[in-house]
Structure formats: structure tokens, C-alpha cells
Design a binder for this molecule. Structure first.
Ligand SMILES: *[C@@H]1O[C@H](CO)[C@@H](O)[C@H](O)[C@H]1NC(C)=O
Ligand SMILES: *[C@@H]1O[C@H](CO)[C@@H](O)[C@H](O)[C@H]1NC(C)=O
Ligand SMILES: *[C@@H]1O[C@H](CO)[C@@H](O)[C@H](O)[C@H]1NC(C)=O
Ligand SMILES: *[C@@H]1O[C@H](CO)[C@@H](O)[C@H](O)[C@H]1NC(C)=O
Ligand SMILES: *[C@@H]1O[C@H](CO)[C@@H](O)[C@H](O)[C@H]1NC(C)=O
Ligand SMILES: *[C@@H]1O[C@H](CO)[C@@H](O)[C@H](O)[C@H]1NC(C)=O
Ligand SMILES: *[C@@H]1O[C@H](CO)[C@@H](O)[C@H](O)[C@H]1NC(C)=O
Length: 359
């Protein structure tokens, strides 16, 4: 057993060295083929409400939209993370809260940005888009203080244009400039002092997001309201598209929650049943004359939803991802994921060897 561990650990080391010997900018967002593409000519899979978890950490809260945390979402290929900011009544710091901080409080904005920053530090060839839903109407300086204290401001890209544009830098230029975090806020009318915070609807449009039935998914512009249903105008004016593709279900007392029961179909690739992600994305591609820029999903490991983004990007051999189980996480399956002791030992040995190499 120990010998097997040793050999597999050494093998991992050898492959790591092979990777680090390559030109560090030859892979962008998991594929060499995306490096020369403009930022707005890539399809990004987004995790809707990234910090709001439905797992052991939240006792499987029905307010949770994701089974795995933001770090795991990024590692598995999501390149847009989103979340809602609120002002909890008992704190002055902005928090990531689902509708209300009494319902689901996922901690401070600063700590969530730090989590993303930590992942980006370790993954220097990845461009990540962050979309904040500005519940309390926080000011640019309040948001910027969390960006500064978390260190995320260091990676923030400042746009050349203050409105929708078809001229975005390539992924490789964002990467080589070190400005790999692209930040949108819905909404922020005045970004004085933090021009890297972009008012979402100045740059992109969304289809409607309040869908309860798989037959309701549309590709038409819903927001910004001044462009509602003027989809071809929005596209020709350089707006990027964000396709909301998740379902709510009605609970008692008029409360809506993310629909887990239908998720295997909702996130499936083309042909995977009524209301699947792949067919919806293809329908939007046909309507827009190009693929959607952002696809936003709940329970993003299921589908796997990333397959649809890879298909739209023409990426067939993504590298550097850590895949997650492709199934809904239930309280019983969560229990069985616990690592058996031998695996823990193996991981420990691998980590020790890695530590030796990097010291
Ligand atoms: C690495 O790739 C970048 C972008 O393609 C290129 O500009 C640079 O010259 C390459 N560096 C080396 C050492 O090959
Ligand atoms: C990128 O450009 C190609 C070629 O024009 C197009 O087929 C594709 O749909 C575009 N993707 C996005 C996300 O804009
Ligand atoms: C994310 O989940 C992984 C696996 O459970 C855990 O090791 C890690 O600490 C979590 N990260 C954060 C920031 O909670
Ligand atoms: C604020 O209240 C929430 C619950 O309403 C609680 O979970 C949290 O610990 C409180 N925070 C502080 C700083 O008291
Ligand atoms: C990269 O930095 C250079 C020098 O500051 C600047 O001229 C260029 O516009 C930047 N490119 C991007 C993509 O931000
Ligand atoms: C969803 O919409 C279809 C077609 O309009 C309808 O037949 C079906 O009953 C709806 N399902 C639910 C759960 O409302
Ligand atoms: C856009 O179209 C939808 C569906 O046809 C309709 O319900 C909505 O009222 C329209 N919105 C505007 C602003 O025209």
C-alpha cells in the first residue's frame, strides 16, 4: 500500500514539473485555444449564488444554490462566480447573504473575495469574472474597501470603455498584465474611485431569471429594461449576454427556492430532456448569432454543466481542472464521500513530498 502511494505521489510530482516547465501563458482558462480569444468571445460557465451552499456546512439549507464551495467551483472550471451582498443588521461589514442575512449568511464580502483571491494566486493562468448583486445599494468606496483588504483589487481589470463595447482584451493579455479579475456590480451608478467596478447593465444584458418551469427559459433581453426584448439591438451594440438557466420551485408560505428535483435535466447537455442547458444555449446562440458569453447555473457540478461551455468554446481537452461528482449531493451521499483512511494517508504522503519540492 505504501509503495503504491509512493509511486503515485512521485508520478504526480513528475507531471507537476512537466507542467511548470511549459510557458506559463500557453494555457488560458483550461485551454491553449482560448488564450488569443477576446474576453467577450469566450463562453464562461457561472455559478449562480456561489457562496450559498446546500451541504453539511449549512445543514443542507433549501436556500442553498450550490453543493460545493466557491473554491471547488473555480477548481472544477466555473469562471464566473456571483453572489448577493446585504447589510446584516448586527454588523457594519457587507456580507454575502441570500435575500436576507437571517435566511443564509455566508460571511463577509471581504472573506469571500479572499477565498477567490487565494484560488487565483494559485492559478495564474485563469481569468475570473465576479458579479455582485448589490442588495443594499452599497457605494463604490464601501465595495472597494473589501476589494482592497482582500487583495482582490490587485487583480482587478479597469475597462478601457465605460459602456458596452465589442473591443475587449484577449485572455492572454489580461493574464500577462496581471489584471485577471473582471468585476461587475448590479447595480452601481457611480464608480468614482474604483473604476474597475463595472455597472453590470452598462456592459451586458440578461434574459429573465425568474423561471419556475423548464418551458419558460427564454433568450430575450429582460434587463436592462431600456433594451427589453430588443435583443438584436443589444447584441449589435456590443452588450455581452448572460443567460440565466436555473429554476425555482415554490415552497410553502410563498417562499421560492432553487429547484433541486429537476437539476439533472436542467443542467444536462443538448438532448438531455425538456429545458436542458445545452439546447437552451444553442437556441440563444442561434438567436444572438454567436454563443452566449455567460451561462449561469445552480448546482453547477451537475450535468456536468461545464460540458456545455466546453462545447460552445470548441474545447475538447480541458486541462488543470479538478472534477466534482456529477450528481446532486444528498445528506447520505455527503457522508459516503468522507475519505477512507488509506486515501488520507496517501494524500498526506503526497503533500509531504510536494512540500519538500517547493521548500
Ligand atoms: C509565452 O507565451 C507568450 C504568449 O503566447 C509569448 O508572448 C511569449 O513569448 C512566450 N514565452 C516563451 C518563453 O516562450
Ligand atoms: C466567438 O467567435 C466565434 C467566431 O466568430 C463564434 O462562433 C463564437 O460563437 C463566439 N463566442 C462567443 C462567446 O462570443
Ligand atoms: C471548500 O471545501 C473544501 C472541501 O470540503 C474544503 O477543504 C475547503 O476548506 C473549503 N473552502 C472554504 C473556503 O471553505
Ligand atoms: C449576526 O446575527 C446572525 C444571525 O442573525 C448571527 O449568525 C451572527 O453570528 C451575528 N453576528 C454578529 C457579529 O453578532
Ligand atoms: C496592459 O498594460 C499595458 C501597460 O500598462 C497597457 O497599455 C495595456 O492596455 C494593458 N492591457 C490590458 C489588456 O489591460
Ligand atoms: C410547465 O409548462 C408546460 C407547458 O406550458 C405545462 O404543460 C406544464 O403543466 C407546466 N408545469 C408546471 C409544473 O407548471
Ligand atoms: C417582452 O416580451 C415579453 C414576452 O413576450 C412580454 O411579456 C414583455 O411585456 C415584453 N416587455 C417589453 C418591455 O416589451
Amino acid at each position: 500500500m505504501m509503495r503504491t502511494c509512493l509511486w503515485s505521489s512521485l508520478f504526480v510530482l513528475a507531471s507537476l514539473q512537466a507542467v511548470s516547465a511549459q510557458n506559463s501563458t500557453t494555457t488560458c482558462n483550461n485551454s491553449p485555444s482560448l488564450c488569443s480569444r477576446q474576453y467577450n468571445n469566450v463562453t464562461y460557465l457561472g455559478a449562480h449564488d456561489s457562496p450559498f451552499l446546500r451541504n453539511d456546512e449549512t445543514d443542507f439549507s433549501t436556500s442553498g444554490n450550490q453543493f460545493y464551495n466557491t473554491t471547488q467551483q473555480l477548481a472544477s472550471g466555473m469562471r464566473m462566480v456571483t453572489g448577493q451582498i446585504q447589510n446584516p443588521s448586527n454588523s457594519t461589514a457587507l456580507h454575502m447573504c441570500h435575500t436576507s442575512c437571517d435566511l443564509l449568511d455566508a460571511g463577509t464580502l471581504e472573506s469571500w473575495l479572499s477565498e477567490i483571491k487565494t484560488w487565483m494566486d494559485a492559478n495564474p493562468n485563469d481569468v475570473v469574472t465576479i458579479l455582485l448583486v448589490n442588495g443594499p445599494g452599497a457605494s463604490a468606496s464601501d465595495l472597494a474597501s473589501a476589494y482592497t483588504s482582500s487583495g482582490m483589487s490587485q487583480y482587478a481589470y479597469t475597462p478601457a470603455s465605460t459602456s458596452a463595447t465589442s473591443t475587449w482584451p484577449t485572455l492572454e493579455s489580461l493574464i500577462s498584465n496581471g489584471t485577471r479579475a473582471v468585476n461587475f456590480v448590479s447595480t452601481l451608478d457611480d464608480n468614482t474611485g474604483a473604476t474597475y467596478l463595472m455597472n453590470e447593465f452598462d456592459y451586458m444584458f440578461e434574459n429573465s431569471y425568474e423561471n419556475y418551469n423548464a418551458s419558460d427559459f427564454s433568450c430575450d433581453v429582460n434587463r436592462p429594461s431600456n433594451l427589453a426584448n430588443q435583443t438584436s439591438t443589444a447584441i449589435s451594440s456590443g452588450y455581452m449576454s448572460l443567460v440565466n438557466h436555473f429554476l425555482y420551485e415554490q415552497q410553502a408560505f410563498g417562499i421560492s427556492s432553487p429547484n433541486e428535483a429537476a437539476i439533472t435535466t436542467t443542467n444536462a447537455p443538448s438532448g438531455g430532456g425538456s429545458g436542458n442547458l445545452g439546447d437552451h444555449a444553442q437556441k440563444c446562440s442561434a438567436q444572438y448569432g454567436k454563443a452566449p458569453t455567460f451561462l449561469l447555473v445552480d448546482f453547477s457540478n451537475v450535468g456536468p454543466a461545464i460540458d456545455t461551455a466546453d462545447t460552445l468554446n470548441g474545447v475538447s481537452n480541458p486541462t488543470g481542472r479538478t472534477s466534482l461528482p456529477d450528481t446532486p449531493l444528498s445528506e447520505t451521499s455527503a457522508a459516503t464521500i468522507a475519505l477512507p483512511q488509506t486515501t488520507t494517508l496517501c494524500l498526506g504522503l503526497g503533500t509531504a513530498l510536494l512540500a519538500m519540492v517547493f521548500l
